[in-house]
Design a protein around this ligand. Structure first.
Ligand SMILES: *Cc1c(COP(=O)(O)O)cnc(C)c1O
Length: 387
C-alpha cells in the first residue's frame, strides 16, 4: 500500500490494531522522561503543591497568552471554580449547548444555577449564536431567571464562534466561561484556546489531546485578579495561611505527579498537534464525498481532540467499520436535554439541529501515532462503507 503523506515513517502498524487513541505508543516515546518526573516527586515528597505545579502553570500561561493559569483536579472542577468565584448560583440562567459531555451541565447545576440548553450549528457542531440570542430573549421575557453566563463548548477541539458570543455577552453583561476540555491547542485568528474568553476551563483526562495519567484540569483567566479567588476555592476556600476559610470551596487541586507527567507531555504536544492536523487534512480531503466532516469557523484551527463527521447511515456505518478493524466512537448519541438528569431543563420544542447531528455523528481514530498506511486504510474503508 502506498503512502499518501509521510506522517510517521517509523510507525509500523498492522491494520488489525488501529487504536482509536494510542496512549501506549506515546508512552513508549517519553517513558524515561516520565519516570524521571515521577522519581523527582517521590524524592521531594511534596505530593500536593510541589514545584511541578508552578512550573506547569507558568508554561501553560506562556503558551496560551492567558495571564492567570490555575491547575485543578479535573475539567469539571475547571468549570465549577470560575462559576463559584463569580457567584453564579440560584436564580441564574446559564446558557450552554446540549451537544456536549454531561460535565458542562453538571457544573451549572452543582453551583445551584439553571442550565438553559441552546441549539448548535449543524456544520460546526458548536453553540449557535442566533439560537443563543433567542433563548436569552425568551428567558428575559419569562422573567423568572436572570441571564448570567454562557458556556460555549469547543466541541471536538474546534473553537466556538467567540466573536459572535462576545458581542452578545457584552450587550447583555453575561459572563463567558469557555469549556475548552477538548480544545487545548486550538486557535481562533491566532489567539490560543485559554485566551479566547475571560475564563476557560480545560481537562487533562487521559484521553484528551493533552492528557495526564489520572484526573487533572486547568483554568485560564485573561485577568490577574481571578488568581486569588480561584486558588482559594480549589483549596477549600482558604486564605493564604490555608487555615482560615474565607469562602466556600472544595478540594479542587491537581497533584504533583500529574503536573510532572503533563510537563513531559507538553514538551511533545506541538509536534503531536502538527501530526493530528495533517491526519485531519487527509480525512477532510478524502471523505468529503461521502460524509460531512466538522466545519471549523472562519479563522478557527482545531486542537483535534477528536475527528468527527456526519453520515446518514451512521449506525450501520460504524458496525461495518468495526468489522473491518476501524474503531470509532460516538460523541454524542444522546444529547443532554434527552437524559434523565437534565430532562427538567429540556426546551419544550426540543433542539432540532442537536437531535439531527446526534443521529448522524461519529468519530474516527485521531492520534499522532497512526501510520500513513493506517490513515489511508481508514479513508478507503469509510469510502467503501459509506458509499
Ligand atoms: C472531558 C470533558 C469535561 C470534563 O472533564 P473531566 O476532566 O472529565 O472532569 C467537560 N466538558 C467536556 C466538553 C469534556 O469533553
Amino acid at each position: 500500500m502506498t503512502s499518501v503523506i509521510s506522517l510517521n515513517p517509523s510507525a509500523k502498524k498492522k491494520f488489525d490494531d488501529i487504536a482509536f487513541i494510542d496512549l501506549v505508543a506515546q508512552q513508549k516515546r517519553i517513558r524515561p522522561a516520565i519516570e524521571k518526573r515521577l522519581q523527582a516527586v517521590l524524592d521531594h515528597g511534596r505530593y500536593i503543591a510541589g514545584p511541578e505545579i508552578d512550573e506547569l502553570e507558568g508554561l501553560l500561561s506562556e503558551r496560551t497568552g492567558a495571564p492567570t493559569v490555575i491547575s485543578c483536579a479535573s475539567g469539571t472542577a475547571a468549570l465549577i471554580i470560575p462559576l463559584l468565584a463569580r457567584g453564579v448560583g440560584r436564580g441564574d440562567a446559564v446558557f450552554l449547548p446540549a451537544f456536549t459531555y454531561n460535565a458542562t451541565a453538571n457544573a451549572v447545576l452543582l453551583c445551584g444555577a439553571t442550565p438553559v440548553f441552546v441549539d448548535i450549528d449543524p456544520d460546526s457542531f458548536n453553540i449557535d449564536p442566533v439560537d443563543l440570542d433567542h433563548r436569552i430573549a425568551a428567558v428575559r421575557a419569562e422573567g423568572e431567571l436572570r441571564p448570567r453566563a454562557i458556556i460555549p463548548v469547543d466541541l471536538f477541539g474546534s473553537p466556538a464562534d467567540y466573536n459572535a458570543i462576545h458581542t452578545i455577552a457584552k450587550r447583555d453583561d453575561l459572563f463567558v466561561l469557555a469549556d475548552g476540555a477538548q480544545s487545548f491547542g486550538g486557535e481562533l485568528n491566532g489567539t490560543k484556546v485559554g485566551a479566547l474568553a475571560p475564563a476557560t476551563g480545560t481537562s487533562f483526562f487521559p484521553g484528551k489531546a493533552l492528557g495526564a495519567y489520572g484526573d487533572a484540569g486547568a483554568i485560564f483567566s485573561m485577568n490577574t485578579h481571578d488568581r486569588e479567588r480561584w486558588a482559594s476555592i480549589r483549596w477549600h476556600g482558604t486564605d493564604d495561611s490555608r487555615r482560615e476559610s474565607v469562602r466556600v470551596g472544595f478540594n479542587g487541586r491537581m497533584d504533583s505527579f500529574q503536573a510532572g507527567i503533563l510537563l513531559e507531555k507538553l514538551s511533545i504536544f506541538d509536534d503531536e498537534l502538527e501530526t493530528r492536523r495533517q491526519i485531519a487534512s487527509v480525512y477532510n480531503d478524502k471523505l468529503q464525498s461521502v460524509a460531512k466532516p466538522q466545519v471549523h469557523g472562519k479563522g478557527a484551527s482545531s486542537g483535534y481532540g477528536y475527528y468527527s463527521l456526519r453520515v446518514k447511515n451512521r449506525d450501520e456505518a460504524v458496525e461495518k467499520l468495526k468489522a473491518r478493524g476501524v474503531p470509532t466512537a460516538i460523541y454524542y448519541s444522546n444529547p443532554l436535554h434527552l437524559m434523565p438528569a437534565f430532562a427538567d431543563h429540556a426546551p419544550v420544542n426540543g433542539l432540532p439541529h442537536t437531535e439531527m447531528v446526534a443521529n448522524e455523528i461519529f468519530s474516527l481514530p485521531m492520534h499522532p501515532y497512526l501510520s500513513d498506511a493506517q490513515v489511508e486504510y481508514i479513508c478507503e474503508t469509510v469510502l467503501e462503507v459509506c458509499a
